[in-house]
Design a protein around this ligand. Structure first.
Ligand SMILES: [Zn+2]
Length: 83
């Protein structure tokens, strides 16, 4: 079982993204990052936060997976082709 405790989707702070402007939600995703996805987890006795910057698509997947609402929709999301 996962020990992650809480998940968040946030807009980037005034410093912007720390790892350039691209999505780091997947190894080969090169879409522009729009949000920061993060979660807290406990490793042994340590309390850590894992953070990724994600594009609209990966933000949407993160939100769907963890039951979050999107904080912003700053650009059109990819269209759903399957229904
Ligand atoms: Zn992405």
């Amino acid at each position: 079982m996962s020990s992650a405790t809480s998940h968040r989707l946030q807009t980037p702070g005034p410093m912007g993204f720390r790892f350039g402007s691209r999505c780091t939600g997947a190894p080969h995703c090169s879409q522009p990052a729009v949000l920061i996805a993060s979660y807290d987890y406990i490793s042994g006795v340590n309390f850590n936060t894992h953070e990724r910057q994600v594009c609209a698509e990966h933000a949407r997947r993160f939100a769907a997976k963890h039951g979050l609402t999107m904080p912003i929709e700053s650009r059109p999301l990819l269209q759903e082709s399957k229904r």
